[in-house]
Design a protein. Structure first.
Length: 85
């Protein structure tokens, strides 16, 4: 059950996860300051499936806002990332 602790302190585990050698069922982004930072970290991991389209800030809009492919964004150099930042 990897968490934000692994994101911040276990780069070898994160490298294995991003390479597909570790396949956790769930990744909990704790050890993080706030929700905005959690979203950015999950985007950078290629594990964020919520649209940035207008109107998707409402949790009741899941039918229109859940993405079939992850939304990737680079935010933090030197941190684990699905692609190089």
């Amino acid at each position: 059950f990897p968490t934000g602790y692994h994101f911040h302190h276990k780069p070898s585990f994160m490298d294995e996860m991003l390479a597909g050698k570790q396949t956790p069922y769930i990744f909990h982004m704790c050890w993080t300051d706030n929700t905005d930072q959690k979203i950015k970290q999950l985007q950078q991991l290629g594990e964020w499936y919520w649209s940035e389209e207008p109107g998707c800030d409402n949790p009741g809009s899941a039918d229109d806002c859940c993405l079939s492919e992850a939304l990737f964004r680079c935010h933090f150099k030197g941190k684990p990332s699905k692609r190089q930042c």
